[in-house]
Design a protein around this ligand. Sequence first.
Ligand code: HSE
Length: 416
Amino acid sequence: MNVGLIGTGVVGSGAVWIYQKNRAHWEAQSAETARLKAVCDLDFSRCPYDLTEFQRTHDWRSLLTDPEIEVVVELIGGEEPARTMIAESLQAGKHVVTANKMVLAKHGKALLDLAAENKVSLLFEAAVAGAIPVIAPMCSSLRPNQIQSVFGIVNGTTNFILTRMHQSDADFQDVLAEAQRLGYAEADPSSDIEGRDSLYKICLLAATAFHTQVSVEDVLVEGISAITAADIQWANKRGQVIKLVAMARWNDARMELRVHPVILEGSHPLAAVNDVYNAVFVRGDCCGDLLFCGRGAGGTPTASAVWADILALANRAAYRVAPLVPAGLFPKEEMVSSFRIRLRVTEQISLVAEACRVFAEHQVGILEVVRAGSGEDGELVIATTPTQEGIKSRLLEALALQPWVKEIAGVLRFGL
Ligand code: HSE
């Protein structure tokens, strides 16, 4: 099976490296194997490996008119022209393998329908959680189940940044620069940091677990840019860890999708998932709880998932994504979490009583109140019982107006 690769950046170069290292090994294992015939990029200088054995082209459409090429691999990322490349490849009767979570989260249903019309496969194991096999199991091994929830850490860059912040007093920007140097962060790191990368991935997990297509615009998404050293120090002191978590589950016949940081007890299994590692929990009605864990970013691990899809095609063993049905989203305002609210406060004897009054007025239960520091550094840290997002927002507005509140210094959800 001949393959044409578009994009020789971090993941594309990883795909070339894996091919050159392991193709003899694959050939020894199976009669049906894949041959990387052509590579396409505007600039090949980013690839550190020798490309002379391949046809090289700047024109991606030349892969579509080559009758020998059966699989087009799209690894350029971003929305356009990647979406057009995928669509035209499918229309040309080519199977497509991609790591492009943004295109699939936004246009997945249309592209999967196009693949079905043209009797070809659109595979995207590499788009979610790097090297970890999670899309193929969801579509095949777990098929007997009704999936109840999927959640976990699906962004390597932010997990790397949060891990480093917990381990040291390193500044956010320095840690981000290190992540970029290691090839974990996207060209535009805001997608990682603001949670959109995790949003796209949880939409793909929801699509494969629940066969739903949702509008990515309406999901509750908060990234890690507002997390301060003080939040990290507070968690460290209590043996807790802050993680960026993405979650999908049914709630009242609608999809509850959310991406946000959460404070976890140190004993929670996700608390031990560090650096660029990702972990995805799946709960099914028959299989029970499963945990998939491994390297969630980086050129070679992600390219491993790319080749998993290509070799599955070569062996006529590719998974099939069930048709997607549009689903309603559970309203953000009604989602429930427990919050830890950190307030910078004035010196005042009746502070705790005042805080209790405002919380009671908003019908928000208090689990714990801690008064810390003094003078300029005086803080009141209040943990709530489970509270709806809408009520929490109104509570924060009311707190901001209190004369004894200098600043709402941090608001984080806790527990899963
Ligand atoms: N920037 C992404 C991450 C790459 O850090 O998870 C893998 O999708």
